[in-house]
Write a protein that binds this ligand. Structure first.
Ligand SMILES: O=C(CO)[C@@H](O)[C@H](O)[C@H](O)[C@H](O)COP(=O)(O)O
Ligand SMILES: [Zn+2]
Length: 194
């Protein structure tokens, strides 16, 4: 079984190496979108399912609390954290609307939606992107595989960071590095390079 374990590490390293070659321009662009929103008084909403819900919460917590340095709190809300809201929307309407209904209430022009989906096909994330555009928000899509339905919804204002892999776990492992890159770039832009 240790060969399997080593295989996971090897595949993760391989995917990260390929991502390090392909993704930096998209990550930098995404960070600029987020910084522009934050300096204009906007906030960042985040969403995703399963492991990507964890990533959505991981990112919002690092803005609200801190990443690696002492700095003021930054405005971010994970749309994945309130079971009463999520279960009531899913129960009364549809699970596909659990993020979009929140965005219609919380999102404002100039805010950013970080939409996370390894397949790009999770309906509630797709509908979240549609709702964000209705609210004149900008979208940063964090995806993988062929980008799925999410990709076709993005405008020229948005950016997609698509991990070059078809394996959900490997994509998620790169998403975490991307989230930390975004936090670092935001801190550098707002509070100076250390
Ligand atoms: O974390 C994992 C797999 O590693 C799963 O929980 C995974 O997040 C779930 O299957 C999600 O429903 C997948 O959705 P998505 O990434 O395609 O949007
Ligand atoms: Zn996972």
């Amino acid at each position: 079984m240790q060969d399997r374990i080593i295989g996971h590490f090897g595949a993760s390293i391989e995917t990260k190496t390929l991502s390090a070659e392909e993704l930096p321009p998209y990550i930098e662009h995404a960070s600029q979108i987020m910084v522009n929103a934050l300096v204009s008084g906007g906030k960042i909403l985040t969403c995703g399912n399963g492991g990507s819900a964890g990533d959505a919460q991981h990112f919002s917590s690092e803005l609200l609390n801190r990443f690696e340095r002492e700095r003021p709190s930054l405005p971010a809300i994970a749309l994945t954290t309130d079971p009463s809201t999520i279960t009531s929307i899913a129960n009364d309407y549809s699970y596909n609307e659990v993020f979009s209904k929140q965005i219609r209430a919380l999102g404002n022009p100039g805010d950013v939606l970080l939409a996370i989906s390894t397949s790009g096909n999770s309906s509630n994330v797709v509908q979240a992107i549609q709702a964000a555009h209705e609210r004149d928000m900008v979208v940063v899509a964090l995806s993988g595989k062929d980008g799925g339905h999410m990709t076709s919804l993005l405008t020229a204002e948005d950016v997609e960071i698509r991990v070059p892999s078809d394996v959900t776990a490997r994509i998620q492992e790169v998403h975490l590095v991307v989230i930390h890159c975004l936090c670092d770039l935001i801190d550098c832009a707002l509070f100076g390079e250390e």
